[in-house]
Design a protein around this ligand. Structure first.
Ligand SMILES: [Zn+2]
Length: 155
């Protein structure tokens, strides 16, 4: 589609694992929905603030080690945390990751091997929410978040 990562996005990718950078760069070429890298690497202090504000749930974030990115839709020049464009980005990210042979975990359905899944991102989110409800747990869903799995990429 001809989208490109802007300079802010490129800055956010500094320090991020090269495999995740490669997926992000390929995804921006494939996506029908423009996005920005809102968060790449984070310091522990930043992560503590996010947990305190409720925006994140863990101090053990993959952002701290450079194994996670948040890809947020850009609509009319503005960042938008909206599901329809988030699903389109997730589609492009999955295609890019499969093409490059890089496994990814997605914040829309944490317990699924995202790059092995075939279901639409929308279905994955709904099924994940249903599984959590059934288990009597809250679903913390973070659609813009993609990370390299710990099993293959230990910190
Ligand atoms: Zn994230």
């Amino acid at each position: 589609m001809g989208f490109k990562l802007g300079s802010k996005s490129m800055n956010e990718l500094v320090g991020v694992h090269p495999d995740l950078v490669a997926v992000t760069r390929r995804a921006i070429e494939l996506t029908v929905q423009d996005f920005a890298v809102h968060d790449g690497i984070r310091t522990l202090a930043e992560q503590k603030r996010l947990v305190a504000s409720g925006a994140s749930q863990t101090l053990d974030s993959r952002h701290i080690t450079g194994h996670a990115v948040d890809l947020v839709p850009v609509v009319n020049g503005k960042l938008r945390w909206e599901w329809d464009p988030i699903y389109m980005i997730a589609d492009a990210v999955r295609i890019a990751a499969k093409e490059l042979g890089i496994p990814l975990r997605w914040g829309g359905a944490w317990d699924v091997k995202f790059t092995d899944s075939e279901d639409s991102p929308e279905d994955l989110v709904q099924d994940y929410g249903a599984r959590r409800r059934q288990a009597g747990k809250k679903a913390f869903i973070d659609g813009p978040h993609f990370e390299l799995p710990k099993e293959k990429y230990p910190a």
